[in-house]
Design a protein around this ligand. Structure first.
Ligand SMILES: [Zn+2]
Length: 554
């Protein structure tokens, strides 16, 4: 992805007020976008099983030096391997079984020549030694990289955030969402008594004679490479446990030392969040690796089992409510939204950024469900409906595949409203909850396509929802419920829809009460109980628009 492309800022978090002015057509995709975003011939033949990452961080000159041991299984014979490492980082050497390998560089991609042709089924390791000054984040987490900050006491405060941009901005990796390692070591060496909190569990802390310390973290499960993070500061450590659906979950909180009391107060929201999301989505996906919140100099990111938190210990989104209802001020946006990604994005992960709606639509929808858990179903619906103020309908939510492209920021509020609409279509909350839990169980710890998610929901719902997904995800048009009343006849149909669009909708009709209608693109009629002015009101829980095309209304 080109760093300055406007969609680069539409990373994990919704920025409705800012993003609106940035709406424009993305530029044409480049050769580099294809290398980065597709399963090219130098990627397809091997499957990552383990990353053994070791990085020494040198804040004095904003540089890093390290190595990554890439262990892989050979799927089909191959000899040239694509490994991604973004400029300006430089390779020192690439080794395999004691031999130095040759490679050619094509921008941010390294094409490594192996000593021999790999045999299918074999397990092997290539180790990349590298160094340099990684791209400094311009506006993390949206325009990311390495964040070199200081806390208010002047201590160094270092973090990484690289969703969209990619993990290869700071470590050599197969920067392709469809291939996650089965497990990973993250060994970070820091100076200045800084404590590093990365993903998974801390296995060892090793002080060195030069005053630096190595923190060895280990992730026991598949992880999105963009979730692998450095977070280093003078942290306090708070510990707790949560008795959940899959047993005892450890909770570890890492606020800046001088924010300990604020964290003790604000992070009380973690347990009700977990309770709500386990109810709706199933067990937290990483009991083995624990749940952590780590204070960061950027707003937040869903870093797996180590959620980045930078919301300044206040409710809302930096104190604001993205729904305009006031309901968003009843809870901490970063705790709720980013933790929802542990299910939507981390447990089941999109294979292509084009399907990021699988992460963000469900995380947005989870905000409404959390509101429902706390304040009731009516409030939850009001929150979801309220977030429509952030919908732009500027571009489709799904852009091109294979070029690491992200679609419209509408993947947040419009995607959430699509899911809320589907819940209305089902009109069976037990079944809807079963679908949300079933998705997390069926695709547990896997990468998925958006199509797999759509098909699963349709199958379990017993309703072909493919026209609904196509409408909301691939067009910028909102279905219009057109109607007219003539005498005692109500006529209605859908317009501004994809061909073959069908979707039931609840309508309140004076004299008839609430009716579930099944409009299509063709006019249908309904007989009203008597002549006279009729009131026809579509249930606002359906994200559609209404147009009265009766006499004099056109
Ligand atoms: Zn998000």
């Amino acid at each position: 992805m080109t760093p300055m492309r406007p969609i680069a800022i539409l990373s994990c978090l919704m920025l409705a007020p800012f993003a609106r002015s940035l709406a424009q057509e993305p530029p044409p995709y480049t050769h580099a976008d294809t290398l980065r975003g597709s399963n090219g011939p130098q990627r397809a033949w091997w499957d990552v099983t383990f990353y053994d990452l070791h990085v020494r961080v040198r804040p004095a000159d904003s540089s890093i030096v390290g190595w990554n041991g890439i262990t892989y299984r050979v799927l089909q014979p191959g000899q040239e391997m694509q490994i991604d490492l973004q400029v300006p980082l430089e390779v020192d050497s690439i080794m395999q079984r004691g031999r130095t390998l040759t490679y050619r560089r094509d921008g941010n991609a390294l094409f490594v020549r192996l000593a021999g042709r790999a045999r299918a089924g074999a397990l092997d390791t290539v180790t990349v030694y590298y160094r340099g000054k990684p791209r400094a984040a311009r506006h993390a987490p949206w325009d990311g990289g390495f964040v070199w900050a200081t806390d208010s006491l002047g201590n160094r405060w270092i973090a990484t955030a690289n969703e969209g941009l990619g993990a290869s901005v700071w470590w050599p990796t197969k920067d392709y969402l469809a291939d996650e390692p089965d497990s990973q070591r993250i060994a970070i060496t820091m100076p200045d008594s800084l404590l590093d909190v990365s993903n998974g569990r801390l296995r060892s802390t090793t002080p060195h004679p030069d005053g630096t310390t190595t923190f060895e973290w280990f992730v026991t499960v598949p992880i999105n490479t963009y979730n692998v993070a450095v977070n280093a500061a003078r942290y306090a450590h708070l510990s707790d446990t949560y008795e959940g659906e899959a047993g005892t979950l450890t909770l570890d909180f890492w606020p800046l030392a001088y924010h300990r009391e604020a964290a003790e107060r604000q992070f009380g929201q973690v347990e009700p969040m977990l309770r709500c999301f386990e109810h709706w989505f199933g067990p937290y996906p990483w009991y083995a690796d624990g749940y952590k919140l780590v204070e960061t100099p950027h707003l937040g990111m869903e870093h797996q089992s180590a959620v980045a938190y930078g919301n300044h210990y206040q409710n809302g989104y930096l104190g604001r409510d993205l729904s305009g209802t006031g309901l968003g001020l009843r809870w901490d946006f970063i705790i709720v939204h980013e933790s929802a990604h542990e299910w939507w994005g981390n447990n089941l992960s999109a294979q292509d950024h084009a399907d990021m709606w699988v992460h963000e639509s469900f995380a947005n929808y989870a905000e409404g469900l959390y509101t429902e858990c706390q304040l009731g179903k009516t409030a939850g619906a009001a929150y979801v409906i309220g977030t429509r103020i952030g919908i732009r309908n500027d571009r489709p939510i799904i852009p091109a595949y294979g070029v690491n492209a992200q679609g419209s920021g509408d993947m947040y509020p419009k995607g959430g409203n699509m899911l809320h609409t589907i819940r209305q279509i089902l009109d069976d909350d037990a079944k809807w909850r079963g679908i949300l839990r079933g998705l997390n169980q069926t695709f547990r710890h896997q990468t998925v396509t958006g199509k797999q998610i759509e098909d699963y929901i349709s199958r379990e719902a017993g309703i072909d929802l493919s026209p609904v997904f196509a409408q909301y995800l691939t067009t910028t048009q909102i279905p219009i419920f057109e109607y007219r009343v003539e005498g005692t006849t109500l006529s209605y149909r859908w317009t501004d829809v994809v061909p073959g669009f069908t979707m039931p909708v609840r309508v309140m009709i004076s004299g008839l009460g609430t009716q579930l209608l099944h409009p299509t693109e063709t006019w249908q009629t309904l007989t009203l109980p008597g002549p006279g002015p009729a009131s026809v009101i579509v249930d606002e829980n359906f994200y559609v628009t209404t147009r009265d095309v009766g006499a004099g209304r056109m």
